[in-house]
Design a protein around this ligand. Sequence first.
Ligand code: GLN
Length: 478
Amino acid sequence: MTFPTINAIIDEIKSGRTSATQLVESTLADIKARDGAIGAFLETFDADALAQAAAIDALVKSGAELPPLAGVPVAIKDNMLFAGHKATACSSILVEHTAAYTSTVVERLIGAGAIIIGRTNMDEFAMGSSTETSACQKTYNPWDVTKIPGGSSGGGAAAVAAGFVPVALGSDTGGSVRQPAAMCGVVGMKPSYGRVSRYGIIALGSSLDQVGTFTHSAEDAALVLSIIGGRDEHDATSVDRLWGQVCPPSFSGLRVGVPKEYFVDGMDDEVRNRINEAIEVMKQAGAEIVDLSLPLTPYALPTYYIIQPAEASSNLGRYDGMRYGTRAPGSLEASYVNARGTGFGPEVKRRIMLGTFILSAGYYDSYYKKALAVRTAIRAEFDDAFKRVDVIVSPTAPGVAWNIGEKMDDPVAMYLADVFTVAANIAGIAGISVPCGLAHNLPVGLQFLAGSMQDEKALQAAAAYQNITKWHDQHPLV
Ligand code: GLN
């Protein structure tokens, strides 16, 4: 079974074989019928989606030129603002929060004719690797509903894996698009820092956050990124750079680096086998395989878990029940304490405390400043590596999807799921995960990294890999 690509959907709409309204109605009906067992969606935006579809159908009838994503249903993560709709980051402190304005990514999608179908489940404030810290609901992996879908954007990954929508947006601060994409057997792309606007995305770690895509193909990812990416005057860190063509999707002459530090003890043997097989496929297809060493790799995870909680503790200061969040009764101080004490879940509290400690006088130099120095060194190490290779290949995660509940009492085990993804966020470079087979009957993700602003190279390698393999056409039977 293959799920339709974005272009196939657009063809259907353009030719009039299917109307946008029919497509939206069948998408909504499908979600209602099947999502009870998966829990990808928190809410569907039926009325708005149908209104958007009617507008597209009117355009088709008028014979006017259609926008590039005309009629394509897209799911968004619950941390992306869409005016008039709830955006809660799956936290109790924001249960009542309705977006007052629309994020740039959503605005650009709508401008391009895409239809926002609904919002998807996530870890609370995007802190987690399994979507289980969500205060809203659980999401189950469509491949095996006893397993987690990955996280933090687990709802979006599951929505695409189950075939509800061809595209979902996620956010990736340390792997939250690539890791759930790997666990659910779909393509997950995290662009270089700055290539997509963060305006209207509920912030986690502002120097790490980047919006990414879940799709079935690298080509679809490139298409969506070409719409949502580029400079935005509302985000000073966004870069004035258009997305280029991803061609040719070929390995011929492509230099693919294999860093030995990403093939560590403790990773699943079957996962290692799938990655080695993928490297062999690339070699046969004409890639030049280059052995690399990135000695700072073991420092990426500890560095991330200093910088990220520090930034999170500062970003989450605004949720105090006064400016945002449900106001708790009592004196001013009691109100703060009650709002935050009851509004945040355990993982969020852990990171706020950790981050506040890291930034406190006396510890700032020994933790935060040191982490920033290591960050600079990691970035330099990648810069150096990308002088020798076009892309770096690695596993996306050290294992496959684990049992629901398995790591909830062990935060460090949960953090280790990010061991191969966090470096890209620390360095601000591009990363994409593509399906490369199964291990223990569950999907395995292959990660391609490319230098900052070299996203097209990661997409090119991923597209080339998908051209010669068919793993992405394997879908769960849900
Ligand atoms: N799992 C990582 C964390 O818990 C990454 C989260 C993310 O990318 N939003 O921080």
